[in-house]
Design a protein around this ligand. Structure first.
Ligand SMILES: [Zn+2]
Length: 159
């Protein structure tokens, strides 16, 4: 079996469900509830949210570290190291995110063609007509677009 997938499986299995935070988005106006998210996918959800948190923390750390380096040469080197690390973290985060929503759509094949599928508090899977408009989701969306579009180099060049 592909080693990368094997490692990923082990990582999903190792997720402690006690530590997985339930989504706190309330049901919205045009949500149609499809059913509850099963336990195994709660683990995948847990990994997905953890990878996001870890990436955000690593990126903040990278900016802080790089900013503290006085020598240009050393800074260039640090940026290169962080770029590799952050790239791996972000593509894994995105792959696990995609995997999660792929698995959710497979759970509800009769609704797989829905434009938007979401997750609400109580682990309810819904089809919906707009992304969640709660403050937390909106902030997250904004943060994602910011970190996606601004390269580490661009941030540190402002020094
Ligand atoms: Zn929300």
């Amino acid at each position: 079996m592909v080693k990368y997938l094997q490692d990923l499986m082990a990582e999903i299995d190792a997720v402690d469900l006690e530590l997985v935070e339930e989504p706190d988005c309330e049901l919205q106006h045009n949500d149609q509830a499809l059913g509850d998210l099963p336990e195994d996918l709660k683990k995948l959800y847990g990994l997905k949210t953890r990878l996001r948190t870890e990436y955000d923390a690593a990126r903040t750390q990278a900016v802080k570290e790089v900013k503290e380096i006085d020598s240009n040469k050393k800074r260039e080197k640090a940026i290169a190291v962080w770029d590799n690390k952050l790239t791996l973290m972000s593509i894994k985060r995105d792959a696990v995110d995609k995997l999660f929503w792929t698995a959710v759509r497979h759970l509800f094949p009769d609704h797989a063609g829905a434009e938007l599928i979401g997750l609400r508090s109580g682990w309810k899977v819904v089809t919906t007509d707009a992304s969640c408009d709660c403050a937390r989701c909106q902030t997250r969306k904004l943060m994602d677009s910011l970190t996606k579009s601004i390269a580490l180099r661009a941030i540190t060049e402002e020094l």
